[in-house]
Design a protein around this ligand. Structure first.
Ligand code: SAH
Length: 363
């Protein structure tokens, strides 16, 4: 059987090395061999797990956060509730359940999901069988006549990146080529790049920076919709305010793997450069970049965890409390994962989010 490694090797032999973004796109989304296209990667039996899969509290609190923001904006009678990269649909299902008692919210909401994998679309359809769900092909296809309330968890880290190493006289791009009959990373010659001019002041020769071309157009749509009709976007992922260094990684069976060894078999990601998301959304304002633990505490996770713990006992209670710590502790997901909120310039930020503080710039 032809593997993705065979196909990529043939293509590189014919056409030369490929960018990391092309490589990631094929590894993740190739229709026959792509990682997301061919499986459900989530959960204990999969390769990695995510906050909504760890505990229902994550989606419940974020659902109430979105609902409060909707109320703060005057409870518009019709709005789009959107999620790109919904995985198994767990986050949206928890949001939907938690908001059922918010008067008018369900009647006003029309759920729009953006999902590249047909395997995961099928799962989402099952998980969200009770909710009014539509799938759209991309951000452009989100309705442009209603407020947009959007949530994304671990979506932007899955978008393809390019990597550049600063040289004395420009930037060398990391590309995927062939070595000893296998796929291997290499570097192009240095060229000056206008897109990276703003990074000349905070990098040295030898430093690596990453760019994500797909994030910009997505953020532009979000920015336009929210500026025109209101709403909010909450983006949660691992990363920093500004990308610096090589964060390209492969994860397989809950462990780091060589990203060039088994293309299509491992999850490939990079840390999110939150400043780049904000730069691509000039029509809206963004909050302070908020650590996940701090956000969940501000939204009341401690009380919710205690309440749920009361109805549990034995090992179920222990694993519930372990999940609470995993989501919030600085040594687990509490600090590495961060959230950024976007709203129209005249709107208030969702609960749990403070205005941006420029001194965070170096964070
Ligand atoms: N948000 C979920 C799943 C995160 S995994 C959770 O928190 O559990 C990443 C998700 O993004 C998967 O659903 C994957 O299929 C989807 N995805 C990755 N690249 C995509 C793309 N370019 N367009 C749409 N969906 C994509």
């Amino acid at each position: 059987m032809t593997t993705l490694a065979d196909l990529l090797t043939q293509r590189i032999a014919l056409a030369g090395p490929m960018s990391l973004a092309e490589y990631m796109t094929d590894c993740l989304l190739h229709p026959a061999h792509g990682y997301y296209a061919t499986r459900d990667p989530l959960g204990a039996a999969g390769d990695f797990t995510t906050a909504p899969e760890i505990s229902q509290m994550f989606g419940e609190l974020l659902g109430l956060c979105l609902a409060q923001t909707w109320l703060d904006q005057g409870a518009p009678a019709r709005f789009t509730l959107a999620e790109p990269g919904p995985g198994r649909g767990t986050l949206m299902a928890d949001i939907w359940r938690a908001t059922q008692r918010v008067p008018g919210f369900h009647d006003a909401a029309s759920i729009h999901l953006i999902e590249a994998s047909s395997v995961l679309r099928d799962l989402q359809a099952k998980t969200l069988a009770e909710a009014p769900v539509t799938w759209v092909e991309g951000f452009d296809a989100l309705p442009d006549d209603a407020p947009l309330f959007l949530i994304a968890n671990e979506f932007f880290d899955a978008l393809p990146i390019r990597q550049f190493q600063r040289a004395e006289n420009g930037w060398r791009e990391m590309v995927v080529g062939l070595k000893d009959n296998g796929l291997a990373p290499g570097l192009t010659d240095a060229v000056p790049l206008a897109d990276l001019e703003h990074r000349l002041s905070d990098t040295q020769p030898g430093d690596v920076v990453e760019t994500c071309a797909a994030a910009g157009p997505a953020m532009q749509v979000i920015s336009e919709r929210i500026a025109a009709h209101g709403g909010a976007a909450i983006i949660i992922d691992y990363g920093h305010w500004r990308s610096n260094g090589d964060t390209f990684q492969a994860v397989q069976n809950h462990a780091y793997a060589d990203p060039f060894k088994h293309p299509g078999q491992a999850d490939l990601t990079a840390h999110v450069d939150f400043e780049a998301l904000a730069r691509a959304a000039p029509q809206v304002k963004h909050s302070a970049l908020t650590p996940q633990g701090q956000l969940l505490q501000a939204l009341g996770i401690e009380a919710r965890a205690a309440r749920l713990a009361q109805s549990l006992s034995g090992s179920a209670q222990e694993s519930h409390l372990a999940a609470y710590h995993r989501l919030t502790d600085a040594s687990e997901m509490g600090t590495l994962f961060k959230a950024l909120a976007f709203v129209a310039p005249d709107a208030s930020f969702p609960p749990g989010f403070a205005p941006f503080d420029a001194s965070q710039d170096e964070a």
